[in-house]
Ligand binder design. Structure first.
Ligand SMILES: Cc1ncc(COP(=O)(O)O)c(C=O)c1O
Length: 382
């Protein structure tokens, strides 16, 4: 018998309360009952996005909301600045280019966070740019970007700030209205604790205004059409009904915990993971500015085939983490610590890592990583 544990940065585990709802018979969506649930979800989404704006729900994965952000905001040939700190930053550039935008890329080394001063220089060199597109948490490298500083810069230079918070929203504090973030995006299979299939995007008044003159083609992802439908507790197209019911429950769970507690829990889980990694003599890829959602760990030189770490953890022990992507394949592995995650998910992941490192010839004193994590939890009263 092998018991499975999901410790990957998406999809993340689905709470039992939510899973029970997902298995219920499907209701029809054009009914008073579903509209009532959707009204609750709309209110809950505004709460978690910390905004008064409508949060548009799309039936898509997170990339669908990134695509929608570009196609609804811009016109062909417009210039945008993209922050490329890894695979997902690169995705902004790719989407912008597909739509015929002039994407000026701020490419930074894997694991680093953009320096706001460098970004300011690029903005000054491109006074005709319309927006900065960036990640709050670059999942491929485990780096946390300086969101507030980027948003402040965008405001100062009259650019739109477009933030992919797919592994950040509901993990760290991103008060959309208080900070003046123009576009904020997330996906369902991350901190929202439901399966993949829904994407969420909120626009500030300034972003809605800009979208009125955007001439890029769009049909399914027409945000103005969705907004109009949402305002009467409807969706433009058939929504992923079961996921919406599950989302109502996961939002209730978040409300029961409280937003501040949600952020605090994630910060503690991240600190414990980092302490464990360090205690095992391993290094983080994003040392200076690590994400509270995911820790990317550099494969030690003692392990010749880095890809074997996540493979053995999954295939032999049932613990699914993530490896590195593209040029980071075999060079890093990524431990997730967000969503439906508690201290014992972290200690499970770390204990399995200790076992596998030993199996692969890395010197390990069993319990050293787990002990370091437990110390953080005890001190935090977690
Ligand atoms: C930061 C970030 N952006 C975008 C995406 C893409 O989301 P999806 O795979 O849901 O389309 C992911 C997925 O992991 C992500 O972590």
């Amino acid at each position: 018998m092998k018991k499975n544990y999901l410790l990957a940065p998406g999809p993340t585990p689905v709470p039992e309360r939510v899973a029970a709802i997902l298995g219920q018979p499907i209701p029809h969506h054009r009914t008073p009952g579903f509209e009532k649930t959707f009204a609750e979800v709309r209110e809950g989404l505004k709460w978690v996005f910390q905004t008064k704006s409508e949060v548009i729900m799309l039936t898509a994965t997170g990339t669908g909301a990134m695509d929608a952000a570009v196609s609804n905001l811009f016109s062909r040939g417009e210039k945008v600045i993209t922050v490329n700190g890894g695979k997902f930053g690169e995705r902004w550039t790719k989407i912008a280019k597909v739509y015929g935008l002039n994407a000026i890329e701020a490419k930074i080394p894997a694991g680093s966070a953009i320096d706001p001063a460098d970004l300011a220089k690029l903005v000054d060199a491109n006074p005709d740019a319309k927006a900065i597109l960036f990640q709050a948490s670059e999942t491929s490298t485990g780096a946390r970007m300086p969101v507030k500083e980027i948003v402040d810069l965008a405001k100062k230079k009259n650019l739109l700030s477009v933030c992919d918070a797919i592994t950040a929203l509901g993990v760290m504090d991103l008060p959309m209205d208080a900070w003046g973030i123009d576009v904020l995006i997330t996906g369902s299979q991350k901190a929202m604790m439901i399966p993949p299939g829904l994407a969420f995007i909120a626009l500030s008044d300034k972003a809605w205004e800009k979208s009125k003159t955007a001439d890029l083609p769009r049909f399914y992802f027409d945000l103005a059409k969705e907004k109009k439908a949402h305002e009467t507790n409807q969706t433009a197209w058939t929504p992923a009904i079961s996921l919406v019911l599950g989302l109502a429950e996961s939002l209730r769970m978040m409300k029961e915990e409280g937003l501040a507690e949600v952020f605090k829990r994630h910060e503690t889980l991240a600190r414990a993971t980092r302490a464990a990694v360090e205690a095992l003599g391993l290094e983080l890829l994003a040392k200076k500015s690590p994400s509270p959602a995911v820790s990317a760990v550099v494969v030690p030189p003692t392990v010749k085939e880095g890809k074997k770490i996540p493979k053995l953890m999954r295939d032999k022990h049932g613990v699914t983490i993530a490896g590195g992507q593209d040029e980071l394949e075999g060079k890093i592995f990524r431990l997730s610590h967000f969503g439906y995650c508690s201290p014992f998910d972290v200690t499970t992941g770390i204990s399995c890592l200790e076992l596998v490192l030993k199996e692969l010839g890395h010197p390990v004193e069993f319990g050293k990583g787990v002990g370091a994590a437990l110390k953080v939890f005890a001190e935090a009263g977690a």
